[in-house]
Design a protein around this ligand. Sequence first.
Ligand code: E4P
Length: 216
Amino acid sequence: MQLFLDTASIDEIRKYARYGVVSGVTTNPSLLAKEGGVSYRERILEIAEVVDGPISAECVSRTADELVAEARELASWHPNVVVKIPIDEEGLEAIHRCSREGIRINTTLIFTANQAMLAAMAGAAYLSPFVGRLDDVSTDGMELIRTCVEIVERHGYGARVLAASLRHPMHVVQAALVGAHVATIPPTLIPQMLKHPLTDSGIHRFLEDAKTAGLL
Ligand code: E4P
């Protein structure tokens, strides 16, 4: 499983890219809105200088023709741009048309296996089921990831399942266990995944003993 950062914050991306665990980035209009009016294109280009992997940029158009035009524009910004299109009737047509042109599509706002299957059939490169938002409405979001992975693998679709809307470290472990190809996470999850009090106390004890042993 690869790890992507789910943020439009260049500071956060720079900070965590140093660890060597970030294979890509996902953004959306809500994440961009937190960035104080920065141009979307400029931010994607800044991200591309830091992370050498897929960078999702999301369309906001609502008809298939407009989505295709917007997707072409977003994809022209950088070869690593993957265009996010929400799944609905217009979106599905746009996914198909864009994929045929070679524009890689990350299908977003997936809440059912049927939506995922249609997007995969239409040629999407990534399927993004939203785990946390399903959990929020008392539905098992991770079960949807499991189902999508099984469908994609059993039928040999080219799409990769990207577990999105992950909220806590156990989501990341569960996504790995059910076979998600990618997990996109808020940057704050990395320190949460890394930290353990026994590691901290263990380091402290080794340092004290190193002093006793004359190593320090
Ligand atoms: C990523 O591609 C999604 O847009 C994102 O993970 C949604 O997360 P949220 O449900 O926390 O807004």
